[in-house]
Write a protein that binds this ligand. Structure first.
Ligand code: 10E
Ligand code: SF4
Length: 322
């Protein structure tokens, strides 16, 4: 078939894929397996990517939804990058489990902000997606009722706080930058004294990946976001692509999942990857296109990233020799 394939220009977003918090969380599981040997228990998917989870399972990680599924053991129990309610480490301590917290430091920062607001008697309005583990973790930093969740500007309109109630807001780290700006504006309009972070708590990785998609989306016939359906930041990238003018944007987990009815007759394709999607899957997807098309890949870079988070203390190399 060589020479007969149609041409396809692929614009590859940079930055894309793994963020510093994801690298740290996956490294934490791998390092725990290396130091302590299997099994290493992990509460919740360490990051929202099935390929990552399956590869760690093969190395001896055991994934559980709740601590109650972990037997009496001296093996490490790792909390996922999304963070956990305070009750979880408390429960682990009571059961004398060897807990290791792989919560991203940028999520922990939001937890500490929420605590600080509560200490200053402010009720916290959290902007985020109901039911998402990060939101459950953040709400679980304070006693029940201390945080009110809003998802949209319409939710803000329904809030019935009196004007003299001290308020603060915080956000999930992986939200749409544009949607969140709207919700924050609605909050400030209704409650001018509300206290908040400088802009929002959306992290650098979320912001940069959305920015790169915005640059590329108007120039391509279709866009693929490599990532899992349960990955919030990946879903946001797909939405950002559509809103920025890309006619077809889809989340794709593996090369075999590409819908060729949608992607079989295009001239330009944008590719990015959510913060939990490994680069090997980006390569797999580009290879799948290269089987059908004569592809030329151009990387479009909109930011440089050099963020690095050291491993949780219990897993740093000096601990390995103890
Ligand atoms: O669903 P999310 O985007 O929150 O999670 P993910 O595992 O896909 O990506 C990493 C992001 C984290 C841990 C949330 N800050
Ligand atoms: Fe941390 Fe942001 Fe990555 Fe979430 S997306 S793990 S907050 S760096």
């Amino acid at each position: 078939m060589a020479g007969t394939k149609p041409k396809l220009e692929i614009l590859l977003c940079a930055p894309r894929g793994f963020c510093a918090g994801v690298v740290r969380a996956i490294d934490a599981v791998e390092q725990a397996l290396k130091i302590y040997g299997p099994p290493v228990y992990v509460r919740h998917e360490i990051v929202h990517n099935r390929y990552v989870v399956e590869s760690l399972k093969r190395k001896g990680a055991v994934f559980v939804d709740e601590l109650s599924e972990v037997p009496v053991t001296t093996a490490p129990v790792i909390f996922s990058a999304h963070g956990v309610p305070k009750a979880v480490p408390a429960d682990a301590a009571e059961r004398r489990l060897f807990a290791i917290d792989a919560t991203c430091p940028l999520v922990t920062k939001v937890h500490r902000e929420a605590e600080l607001h509560a200490k200053r008697d402010r009720h916290v309005v959290l902007i985020g997606h109901q039911g998402h583990p990060e939101v459950i973790g953040t709400i679980g930093q304070l006693p029940p009722g201390a945080i009110t969740l809003v998802e949209t500007a319409a939710d803000v309109a329904k809030l019935d706080f009196t004007q003299d109630r001290p308020l603060a807001y915080a956000t999930q780290t992986t939200l749409s930058v544009d949607d969140t700006a709207e919700v924050v504006a609605a909050l400030k309009a209704r409650f001018p004294d509300i206290v908040g972070p400088h802009k929002e708590d959306i992290c650098y990785a979320t912001t940069n990946r959305q920015e790169a998609v915005k640059r590329i989306a108007p120039q391509v016939d279709a866009m693929i976001v490599v990532g899992s359906p349960n990955s919030s930041n990946s879903q946001r990238l797909r939405e950002v692509a559509e809103r920025a003018g890309c006619p077809t944007a889809r989340l794709v987990l593996r090369g075999a999942d590409i819908d060729w009815n949608l992607f079989g007759n295009i001239r330009t394709l944008g590719v990015t990857a959510g913060a939990s999607a490994p680069e090997i899957l980006v390569e797999e997807i580009i290879d799948a296109f290269a089987e059908r098309y004569d592809v030329v890949v151009e990387t479009v870079s909109t930011a440089d990233e050099s963020v690095f988070f050291p491993l949780p203390r219990a897993l740093r190399p000096e601990m390995a020799s103890n």
